[in-house]
Design a protein around this ligand. Structure first.
Ligand code: SAM
Length: 182
């Protein structure tokens, strides 16, 4: 059954609650190639990366191979699959908890969110995006779809995009906070 049909049948959360421990991305090779191309093109700061909605470590493993010193994974449903493949535990915050400030006070050099942000209800995206903009200066969104697009009003400005096969990597820079008038 296609993943879209699975989501329709179980709901996104229900699907990953049931099958998350065995999750694998069938497009992992394309994700890996896209991230390798993005690192080569944009030379990001890879000292402290967050792999948000990390699945079984598709982006984490690719980023490690590209030279990332430290990659932390967060995913509410796939911690077992992530630990099995990366040898590291994942934290289990949801997008909704992060949107409500669960990661306040942390700092990452880069946040990568691969094949996941389009799963969030559009109405919840602005708040999550804003909270993420307080945690890192850069965000990469990998998606096989047109959406999602983040906006400066939500804390992120589009700074680049590349495409590797069906995978788009959108690079966002945290928008500077508005200057206060005297
Ligand atoms: C298609 S998978 C992508 C996983 C991995 N990043 C990759 O590139 O293959 C979507 C991921 O989003 C996670 N997810 C689903 N709903 C979520 C939510 N509300 N908050 C955070 N993560 C969620 C799932 O557990 C799953 O690992």
């Amino acid at each position: 059954m296609s993943i879209r049909r699975e989501y329709e049948q179980h709901g996104v959360a229900g699907y990953y609650q049931q099958f998350g421990a065995a999750y694998r991305n069938p497009h992992e090779l394309a994700v890996r190639r896209a991230l390798r191309a993005a690192v080569a093109a944009w030379a990001p700061d890879l000292t402290c990366v967050l792999d948000l909605a990390c699945g079984s470590g598709e982006a984490t493993l690719a980023l490690r191979a590209a030279g990332a010193a430290q990659v932390a994974g967060i995913d509410p449903y796939t911690a077992a699959a992530y630990a099995e493949r990366t040898g590291r535990p994942a934290e289990t915050f949801t997008f909704e908890a992060i949107a409500a400030g669960a990661l306040d006070g942390r700092a990452y050099s880069l946040i990568v969110c691969s094949y996941a942000l389009h799963l969030l209800a559009p109405s919840r995206l602005p708040r999550l995006a804003y909270q993420l903009s307080r945690l890192a200066p850069a965000l990469w969104v990998l998606t096989p779809h047109q959406r999602p697009h983040l906006r400066p009003a939500w804390g992120w400005a589009l700074a680049g995009e590349l495409r590797e096969a069906r995978v788009r990597v959108r690079r966002y820079a945290a928008a500077a906070p508005p200057v206060e008038k005297q």
